[in-house]
Design a protein around this ligand. Sequence first.
Ligand SMILES: [Zn+2]
Length: 773
Amino acid sequence: MNEQNRKPAPRRGASARGSGSSSGASARPAGAQGGAPKKPKKKGGAKRVWANIGRVLVVLVSIGVIVASVLAVMLSLYVVKVTANDASLLNLENLKLSYSSTIYAIDPQTGKPEPYQRLVDNADRIWVDGNQIPDNLKNAFIAVEDKTFRENSGVNFKRTISATANLVLSRLTGGRITLYDTEQGASTITQQLIKNITGDDDRDPLRKVREIFRAISLNGRYSKDTILEAYLNTVGFMGNTCGVQACAYNLYDKDVGQLTLAQCATVAAITNNPTKYNPRTEPENNLQRRNMILGMMLEQGLITQADHDAAVAEPLNLVDPSEKQNTAKVGGNSYFTDMVIDEVITDLVNEGICETRSEASALLFNGGLAIYSTVDTNLQSIMEEVMAKEPGNYYPDQEVEYKDKATGETKTQNVQGAMITIDYTGAVKGVVGGLGEKTADRGLNRAVGSLRQTGSTMKPIGAYALGIDYNYITYSDGGFIDDWVEEINDNGTMRKWPRNYSGKYTEQRMLVCDALANSINTIAVRVGKLVGPDDLFDFMTNTLGITSLVENRTEANGLISSDIGVGPLVLGSMTDGVSLAEMAHAYMMFGDGGTVTPLHSYTTVENVQTGEIVLDNTLLPTTRAIGEDTAMIMNKLLRQVITRGTAAGTGTNTIAGMETVGKTGTTSDDKDHWFIGLTPYYVTATWMGYDQPQELAWKAYGKHPPTLAWKEVMERAQEGLEAKNFPTAPANTVVTKTYCTESGGEAGPLCPSTATGYYKADQPLEPCDIHVG
Ligand SMILES: [Zn+2]
């Protein structure tokens, strides 16, 4: 193209001016016209000649109009075709989202999703809202890049025509003649934004046309402020640095809102040529352009003379990259955010949407996903506050030494804790995976990622639940007096097993309701044996969905581990342990009438650009684990733990006017302390212990740290909630009866002490056999 144009142009171009056209495209008709006037000079008959010329002109003009019309139609068709997808491509509301993904939480007041956290995995790109960008920075860009920005239609036609003429002239003369400094491009801020979003290269003339149309269209659809916000967030700087906020942190280690006027001008100076005006490598170039911009701002009335003079005198004042303090601005995830991220990544792989976790991670962080989470932001922040309290408030401050297994070094550790709260749909409402200040994104979340022995919290979900469900026991069955078996210790001596937590064997008769309330091991094991370890294991693994129980595993030392036994499945001394999350999930059935629904931290994940639902948790299956009658009886049994059992005296009888039920758990040598508490709204599992299991001296400190922490969380979270009761079984399926607290049988007139128990309607209750006449 260039070679063809260059030859004839110098001759014909000279007469082109006379044609009245300022466009290079009219060079050909002008040339024809230039040849015409030569004829009448040789011959006479000027009138006819002029008439002929007139006709020729009419024909030429007509041809020109037709050609122009055809070109216009073709151009229109072209523009329509190439801008067909612009509605979504140039959607500035979605730009912020497509930049990164966002986790939403439902606002309890409005029921609508509100942004909870924006996910950014790249410190070089940080979105900042327009109202947080200082006017000086906006004005610096406007002054140097597009001074008519506030008034123009998205395109500066005067500059575009000049630049086109400049380009043509430059090409025709092989670059020897130019009218303007080519660095002063014709692109407005709107056009530059389109380039930033689409990646289009405007050196192609057709693409330039497309860009102009798009700019006008964008200008019609959005306010100047929205366009400027989008531009300032997508404009490129040194290296991968993108957007003014990332640039502010890169150069000055501070929020863009804190930049001085001079610093604003330095930032605006870079864009034109990030290599040439990089203030770190080319400080002189940058200073020169910075001061030029300050001069333009003064000239355009955007700053005062005094501001200008002060700014020009200011040195660059860049922060040494090694001394940056605020680079961790990106992130600051809550434990909940960490949990959602991991769940979405896992599901993207499991659903076959991504092949690898790293692919899923890239999609999550950069794919413009809207993740509608289940978090209750109020509950989450209450949990964070309670768990962040100084050691010694709820949780003991007890630093102990331990030996690192890998290195043999002696290290120290302090008490740790975690808490997770779910509702009865399986939705995670809040989670905190450690005590004190959270120091890392996606570090250890003990509520989800730590497997701990569960101690007595295991008893209800296996032995007692199935014992009642299978009609093996009733609420007040008794007679399991001191039921132990003799087992052979490792050293060959005989021992009585199981031992109760107190270390004592009682000779008295013990009822099921009392045994559960006081967490008596011997009774629980007896019930577990009635159900059978195989049934317990199957129920916990397949129905309750506990994933960490070991069926049969050969360890490195050649020994075989198996959790199929009453020790692991009733007393919670399993091989690896169970997470808080899975324990909370298992306990759901005691507060919702006997069903479980899979835990989830989000409902749907949507691709904002396409509107496509990528992941959907709204139709998770609800499984009936135990009968409604069993669930109600178990709920009443767990109520005894609070009113007169191991959690009595903690002030948790009712919370915010609502009933509570729960179960404590302590593992051997006091290495783990659990509490799982239920209200009509929530199930919460809490735990404390050392990361490297060691004895907790918590009793010396005070009673029930996890229970008291739960109490404060629930009191605050349920404040103002409508009072609710736990569900009851269908009418006439569960009946109340008065039982003798000594025998457990139905109380007669001679029984000295009685209480109310809950029984399946079709289960008979024998009369008291002690206090008979
Ligand atoms: Zn009696």
